[in-house]
Design a protein around this ligand. Sequence first.
Ligand code: 13P
Length: 293
Amino acid sequence: MLVNLKDILKDCEQHKYAVGSFNTPTLETLRAVIRAAETLGTPVILNHAENEEEVIPIEIIAPLMVEYAKNARVPVAVHIDHGETFPYLMKAIRLGFTSIMYDCSSLPLETNICRVKQFVALAHPLGISVEAEIGAMPNNMAGCANGKEKSDLSYMEAYFTNPQEAALFAERTGVDALAISFGTVHGSYEGEPHLDIGRVKQIRSAIPAETALVMHGGSGTGEEQTRRAIDAGIRKINYFTAMDTAPAPVLLDVIEQAKGTPVHYGRLAKLAMEIMEEKVKEAMLVFLNGRSV
Ligand code: 13P
């Protein structure tokens, strides 16, 4: 059933868990995420990021995302992840997205507030939920994935969200969900992540009750720290790298085992989907934080 993000976040707040928000730039990731959510009976969010256009254009993937969401036995929001340009967001609305992240976090605070506030005024009357970001998400994806350079991770606090700024931002913009930075990265970690859970609690108590907190960079964060972040108030977790990189070693092995005989791509794709489905279920069980399913 296709819903907007706000409907899902209400349930998350009531039952103190986080909804998983998964990028689905291929049919295999899309099917893996929907199958995992239906098996566990949990709401879910399907993401398409503006910088995934080079993997698949929104015009191709959006109708599939919307159709899978409509036919799912669980509530599903179809969401733009890190949307940065206004015409792109308008295109997403026309294609049926029910939720949009307008990421102006690289701009000065006042510009971020003004742009997001204007967008909220446009999106809310259409029944579309809005997520924004304050602070910055460092990027540690391999090479220059999705057009983003690797960030300098030597001083993580430089990226962290300031609680007073978060409060001002949430009040002035009226966003439904706010992505904050407190130690996670996009991509994989170098060594153990150290999440500043105290900061999440501070931000939670500073912002309006109706604004949900979002954690990006869910891959590799570990069960214990993820649960502590949820207990501190995180209600939506973005997760991609761990799922999307899980099939490659297994597929490589299958190809090597074939010893030069033809390998059918359809078989590889099905195997990849099954591996990702297991990975997504694993993550969802952590995000559900003990909620019975
Ligand atoms: P990971 O790829 O690190 O899980 O992060 C995904 C994400 O935050 C997408 O916005």
